[in-house]
Unconditional design. Structure first.
Length: 111
């Protein structure tokens, strides 16, 4: 039974990692278009889930979007594993986007 829980947990972690990568990529794409930081966070959290932590940071002419969340299931509960993904894009919005700086949205703290 424990082996089954670990195998299912590993599968859930894989799916969560794919969601985190997709969320970071879509958030970075929105940032590259010049969307507001609030929009970037909303886009990333629509894919990654409300409990994910989304960080948006402007570095030079690039925007970095990082998505972090606790691993689901047994692996996250017992091992404290965290799923992390990031995406980096060249900003199309120009130098005015540089002033946005660093912003982190911790998501829903849950119960």
């Amino acid at each position: 039974m424990l082996l089954l829980a670990v195998v299912l947990g590993a599968g859930a972690c894989g799916a969560a990692a794919v969601r985190a990568e997709e969320a970071a990529r879509l958030g970075a794409r929105a940032a590259a278009r010049g969307d507001s930081p609030e929009t970037v966070h909303r886009v990333a959290r629509e894919v990654s889930g409300e409990r994910a932590v989304v960080t948006v940071e402007a570095r030079g002419g690039q925007t970095v979007v990082e998505v972090r969340s606790a691993a689901p299931g047994v692996i996250g509960a017992w091992g404290g594993l965290e799923i992390t993904a990031d995406a980096v894009v060249e900003s199309e919005a120009g130098p005015e986007a540089e002033g946005r700086g660093h912003r982190e949205d911790r998501g829903d703290p849950g119960p």
